[in-house]
Design a protein around this ligand. Structure first.
Ligand SMILES: Nc1nc2c(c(=O)[nH]1)N[C@H]1C(S)=C(S)[C@@H](COP(=O)(O)O)O[C@H]1N2
Ligand SMILES: [Mo]
Length: 369
């Protein structure tokens, strides 16, 4: 059973800290930082901006070292972006999969400010031979001691981006979240924001960037956070990248009671990878098939989209509510779980079961004395 520690946050693991946003409480387009999910593989390092430096080296013309003030004095970029942990929804896998049993709250949308990674790379001068950019966090430890997946001693949290994504407008090194300095849990003083990609690419507490001429095959790239791809003969490993297209229902919650004849607002969020959400549909199981939900607010690249559908149930009974998103790249949320995604990318439709009850009757109470 998850324990409720701070009001609102669901603790999935105490140490290192892993906390989930209670998705049923979704109300705002931006998730306040105190309610934003935290996914840590190691204890969060306590970095002091006064002696923190960002080192950039590898296949560059001029290795550089920058302090936080000089990064903040560069031209800043701001955008809103949703980040979903690749393990979000793991609890819905059948049979169950090992790992933190996230429900649907390992996801959040926030405002990020920082500098484009491209501008930092330009300062160092990326060589023609460069293929990837490795982002290394200041946190480290030994993973899965005594297990088949054990790390070879202590390792850092490190992930690479293909050069094209590293220099895209959607990739920044952020020092601010929701208009305030990053908090320690979310990567103070500097973290990656990789629009459209699962959370493992959003490296926190960055201290070191290395430009690589070969694909990186580190632990978090090849032994964790990968999936299988079968289109080239034998299945092969590919590191996880883009998020999958997905809509989630925040309300009603599983087991809710709705009342006949009363309009109910089915409400949730939808997001995808590089492409924007095009449509969210809802099926309430009352025989009327899939109907369009209303997408709220304006579309913003890499942010999520809130949506609603007003349903007035007519008949009492049990109903399975479903939602399904599709995106501008033609991807549609699937009905069934993937077989090749290890324990990640859970985006298949998970129905919310509700009971519709009759309108309350006014009646006279009888008292037996
Ligand atoms: N250095 C470092 N960066 C990290 C991680 C980590 O454990 N260490 N976890 C990653 C994962 S798996 C996710 S889902 C996101 C979560 O970001 P958040 O904790 O700010 O919500 O951070 C990513 N960046
Ligand atoms: Mo994650």
């Amino acid at each position: 059973m998850p324990t409720q520690e701070q009001p609102g946050l669901i603790v999935r693991q105490k140490s290192p800290e892993n906390t989930e946003f209670p998705f049923a409480s979704l109300s705002d387009w931006l998730i306040p930082t105190e309610l934003f999910f935290v996914r840590n593989h190691f204890p969060a390092p306590d970095l002091d901006a006064r002696d923190w430096r960002l080192r950039v080296d590898g296949a560059v013309e001029r290795p550089i070292e920058l302090d936080l003030d000089s990064i903040k004095s560069m031209r800043s970029a701001t955008f809103n972006a949703v980040v979903e942990c690749a393990g979000n929804g793991r609890v819905y896998y059948v049979p169950p999969k090992e790992g933190l049993q996230w429900q649907n709250g390992a996801v959040g949308n926030a405002a990020w400010t920082g500098v484009l990674l491209r501008e930092i790379l330009e300062m160092a001068g990326v060589r023609q031979t460069a293929r990837e950019v490795l982002l290394v966090g200041a946190d480290s430890g030994v993973v899965d001691t005594n297990r088949k997946t054990a790390s070879p001693g202590p390792i850092a949290f490190a992930r690479s981006l293909p050069l094209a994504k590293a220099v895209a407008d959607s990739t920044m090194l952020a020092y601010s979240m929701n208009d305030a300095p990053l908090t320690r849990e979310h990567g103070y003083p500097l973290r990656a924001v990789v629009g459209g990609w699962f959370g493992m690419a959003w490296v926190k507490w960055i201290t070191h960037i290395t430009v690589l001429e070969q694909p990186f095959l580190g632990y978090w790239q090849a032994r964790d956070y990968f999936r299988w791809e079968r289109n080239l003969g034998e299945p092969r490993l590919v590191p996880l990248t883009e998020m999958e297209v997905k809509a989630q229902i925040a309300r009603p919650v599983q087991g809710a009671r709705l009342i006949t004849g009363q309009p109910y607002r089915i409400f949730g969020a939808a997001w995808s990878g590089e492409a924007p959400i095009r449509q969210v549909q809802v099926c309430t199981g009352d025989g009327r098939g899939w109907r369009d939900a209303r997408l709220l607010e304006a579309e913003r690249p890499f942010a999520w989209r809130l949506w609603e559908y007003i349903w007035t149930p007519e008949d009492v009974g049990q109903y399975k509510l479903r939602c399904r998103a599709s995106d501008g790249a033609g991807r549609v949320q699937p009905d069934l779980q993937h077989s090749d995604f290890e324990s990640y990318g859970a985006n298949w439709i998970v129905p919310v079961e509700v009971t519709v009850v009759p309108e309350p009757q006014t009646y006279e109470a009888e008292f037996v004395i």
